[in-house]
Design a protein around this ligand. Sequence first.
Ligand SMILES: *Cc1c(COP(=O)(O)O)cnc(C)c1O
Length: 382
Amino acid sequence: MSATAIAPRAGTSSGPRLDIDLQAVGRNTRLLADRAAGELMAVVKADGFGHGAVDVARTALAHGATRLGVTTLDEAWPLRDAGLAVPLLSWLNPVDADYGSAAARDVDVAVPSLQHLAAVAAAPGRSRVHLHLDTGLARDGADPASWGQLCRAARRAEQRGEVEVVGVMGHLACADEPGDESNALGRTRFAWGLETARAAGLRPRDRHLAATSATLNDPRAHHTMSRVGAGLVGIDPSGSTRLHPAMTLTAPVVQVRKVRAGTPVGYGHTHRTAAATHLGLLPIGYADGLPRLASGRGQVLVRGVRRPVVGRISMDQLVVDLGSRGIDQGETVTLFGPGTHGEPTVSEWAAWADTIEHEIVTGIGARVERRTRPVPHLRSLS
Ligand SMILES: *Cc1c(COP(=O)(O)O)cnc(C)c1O
């Protein structure tokens, strides 16, 4: 987000609002830390999955996490700026990233190729690195065909004092489906990667393969550390464990109108009212992260009752069929929350949009006011 992005100042907006419950994050962290055999790394990439990276990081560290993880180095700096001094790993950077600053600010970096290793070794300072093996996604991480060479080159760089290899990491493609045979293959490939690193003379003390799903459902993938992101904010991709969702999205009804049966609604007239009814207008749309694919499927909670989103979701607004009784203009309705009062959940919105919860929580736009409820005993820290 650019510094000039239009975002409401806290407490000034009477528009859509996202409430973030850090107590839920704390409870989720505690559960995940209890399940993990080793240390727990709180993954706070993408602004803590849209929940606020520094807030989620601080909360997780107070509830059992001992480390932090992010994708890019640019995501690492604000955590250091906020005074969070725990071990911090960044795993996806271009070859020409600022590895000198990473070493200077004590940020570990993942190394997926010989080119990355050369860049990290050439940078000022002695970088702590985690060699990253592709254990089955054909995505980030080193191709197994180049792994032996990468391990031997890393050992030489270590002997020259240019790097310190503190970790080896992998990632599972199908951990959300515990029965999938690719998980055994990924675990085997990771074990082989560790053997190969050892044979090259490396002694990585952090060996990590599991993210949220495998932390919850596959102890064989735990090794010395788990990297969890989704689980912190209440998402279990494997559906095995009840976690606590941490977001509630509300919006005011800015207009209510009475319409006749057969009234067409919204762009393309994809909906016509079946009967005389009241339509409520919400000032929130796909630019704010409500997926257009959920048009005609989504629901919101109005005075304790679910009401359907009708017609297309537009960029800035959507229409809800309020039924025969209508409501007052200015009343607040709930688009999603933990589900404890009958409101839709992020999981339902994801289903309505043919996507996963991650995409919903990371997609809430900058125009939505954010309010964060701290964990009571952590109030002084945040
Ligand atoms: C995002 C990410 C994680 C966290 O995964 P969750 O399923 O959200 O816990 C862990 N490791 C890597 C490499 C990732 O990119």
